[in-house]
Design a protein around this ligand. Structure first.
Ligand code: 5GP
Ligand code: MG
Ligand code: MG
Length: 172
């Protein structure tokens, strides 16, 4: 197996810088403080890089959910840890690594709505092109074809998260 690079480190970092500007613009007349929620584990590097580029106050929360086994979505969402900060009347941004079937995101959003935030938005580094679930995603880094991606936080059976680029596995 070898790794074919799809998005290199420079492209990822440049795009995240642009996304941070879009996000700042969106919130600038609405709130001084953003509540950003990192969806572990896959979003760790995207979240970190995005936050470092955001020129506004941000509170951090972390949730840990999983739904994948190997390269397939199981459709069953397991919540391993959840936010314990009050989110009522806050401006909340969910930061995801990748949206595929949309099941995980739908679950997270439905749950977070119960906290009655003032505003609930989503940023994802990657959206798969086949994605057709109608959940509006407000800030999208890259749209990619339907391949199983690894790197920059994304794993295959817990490996490859620490690759500084995004790619896919190829039989060689
Ligand atoms: P969904 O519920 O939208 O089908 O999948 C969401 C979660 O599955 C993502 O947050 C991610 O953790 C995992 N996932 C979806 N597609 C991929 C992929 O191409 N590569 C990897 N490594 N994980 C993925
Ligand atoms: Mg995720
Ligand atoms: Mg995974």
């Amino acid at each position: 197996m070898s790794v074919e690079v799809l998005l290199d480190e420079k492209i990822i970092k440049e795009r995240i810088k642009q996304l941070a500007k879009e996000i700042e613009n969106y919130y600038k007349d609405k709130t001084e403080t953003l509540h950003a929620i990192c969806v572990l584990k896959g979003s760790i590097h995207f979240f970190s890089e995005l936050m470092l580029n955001l020129n506004m106050h941000v509170n951090y929360s972390f949730v840990h959910v999983s739904s994948y086994a190997g390269t397939e979505s199981t459709g069953r969402i397991r919540v391993k840890s959840w936010v314990d900060e009050p989110l009522q009347d806050k401006y909340v941004l969910v930061v995801e690594d990748i949206v595929d079937t949309g099941n995980t995101l739908r679950y997270i959003l439905n749950y977070l709505k119960k906290y009655r935030p003032a505003d609930l938005k989503v940023a994802t580094l990657v959206e798969k092109e086949k994605y057709q679930h109608g959940i509006p995603i407000d800030f999208v880094g890259f749209k990619v074809q339907d391949v199983f991606l690894i790197g920059y936080g994304l794993d295959y059976e817990e490996k490859y998260r620490n690759l500084p680029y995004i790619g896919y596995l190829k039989n060689t």
